[in-house]
Write a protein that binds this ligand. Structure first.
Ligand code: COA
Length: 255
């Protein structure tokens, strides 16, 4: 079934790179239930296909996403809230086997900001603006904002953003470690693609194991995390890819 509110495109040079774009530019890509359903389907299809080595998640038009759709939120009551519609999607993206890079221009607010937090890396255009303004609306960021944000920028900075609802620009986001880098707007997709293609040159199993182990660092005790890391490494030592890469390295040295 075709998508209405997102697009999913394979890179022409390397089809293992997939660009997923949010497409509701008339409402600044506000994330509604229908868009969440399409994104969920897209990531499930990519997971089932198994060949996506890196995903770039971005917004069509001048913005990434100005939050969850406030028209829907206004009607939402506790029972529907507990269905955790957005959080379930964001957890899927965080747990997606291959890396996901958020390429952000314009507004990334509320659920839009939380969506970027579920990605592995964030590359911002100079136009990007970030914030968790939910308290303005009498709610809290509840699709990971109170949990992932402090893990990325630290508790004090997360508290300032969440409790004041402040909107910060790309340079401030870089300063506090919310984004990995800031680039001119015209270079946003180029820089994101460059990072993705760099990752795609690496050992595919190693990249997936590294992401899984890094994700566990926020969940497990140090001892359990180290045991996970060590088990992941043991599996990699048995892989054909590791044998080939190390053999290639040693043979090149001999020439
Ligand atoms: N949900 C639904 N619609 C949204 C939206 C959201 N989160 N964010 C923007 N829109 C809609 C606006 O209602 C407007 O629709 P209209 O043209 O039918 O009136 C359209 O997108 C353009 O937004 P507008 O507010 O006119 O643009 P602006 O440049 O004046 O302001 C923002 C931009 C981002 C500052 C402002 O739209 C805003 O504050 N959005 C909500 C941010 C937010 O609180 N997000 C957290 C939600 S949990």
């Amino acid at each position: 079934m075709a998508y209405q509110l997102i697009s999913v495109l394979r890179d022409t040079e390397d089809p293992r790179l997939v660009v997923v774009s949010l497409k509701r530019p008339d409402v600044k890509n506000a994330i509604n239930r229908a868009m969440v359903a399409e994104l969920t389907r897209a990531f499930d299809d990519l997971r089932d296909g198994g060949d996506a080595g890196c995903v770039i998640l971005t917004g069509e038009g001048p913005d990434f996403a100005a939050g969850a759709d406030i028209a829907e939120l206004r009607e939402r009551r506790a029972l529907e809230s507990l269905a955790a519609i957005n959080s379930a999607l964001f957890a899927r993206i965080e747990g997606f086997a291959a890396p996901v890079i958020a390429a952000i221009r314009g507004y990334a607010l509320g659920g839009g900001c939380e969506l970027t937090l579920a990605c592995d890396m964030r590359i911002a255009s100079e136009t990007a603006q970030f914030g968790q303004p939910e308290v303005n609306l009498g709610i809290i960021p509840a699709a990971g904002g109170t949990q992932r944000l402090p893990r990325i920028v630290g508790l004090g900075r997360a508290k300032e953003l969440v409790l004041t609802g402040a909107i910060i620009d790309a340079q401030e986001a870089l300063r506090i470690g919310l984004v990995n880098r800031v680039v001119p707007d015209s270079e946003l997709m180029g820089a994101s693609r460059k990072m993705a293609l760099t990752i795609l040159k690496k050992g595919p199993l190693a990249v997936r194991m590294a992401k899984a182990a890094l994700n566990q660092s926020a969940r497990m005790s140090l001892d359990s995390g180290l045991a996970f890391e060590s088990t992941a490494q043991a599996l990699l030592f048995e892989s054909d890819d590791k044998m080939k890469r190390m053999t290639d390295f040693l043979q090149k040295k001999k020439k």
